[in-house]
Design a protein around this ligand. Structure first.
Ligand code: FES
Length: 112
């Protein structure tokens, strides 16, 4: 079973920026990549570090602590030391700009 959770408005995440939000205490990172919003776990899969402190580098994000890059489409870790992918969550942007995540019932899945 899934649930749909509105987490922000598109106006809060202009193109080329990111925003960290929380659902049930779990950090989630929203990224606006050329007008397309992606959602992924907000904490690095390597160690505890907030990914919104990192850098958007084309179609990847670079964690600022040990510089692993992650693919924004798949979550795949592109460089060591991170090995686990980031969990990716399906996103829709509604007509009023609401950014809605599709999440499983229960805890938000995170790779760590
Ligand atoms: S904490 Fe992100 S690469 Fe180490």
């Amino acid at each position: 079973m899934t649930r749909h959770v509105s987490v922000a408005n598109l106006a809060d995440v202009p193109e080329g920026t990111m925003l960290r939000v929380q659902v049930d205490g779990t950090d989630i990172l929203l990224v606006n990549l050329e007008g397309s919003v992606r959602a992924m776990q907000g904490i690095c899969s390597h160690e505890y570090f907030e990914l919104d402190q990192g850098f958007l580098t084309g179609d990847s994000i670079t964690c600022a602590l040990h510089l692993s890059r992650f693919d924004l489409e798949t979550g795949e870790a592109l460089d060591p030391p991170a090995e686990l992918p980031l969990a990716i969550y399906p996103v829709t942007v509604q007509g009023d700009g609401s950014i809605v995540l599709e999440l499983p019932d229960g805890p938000v899945p995170v790779n760590e």
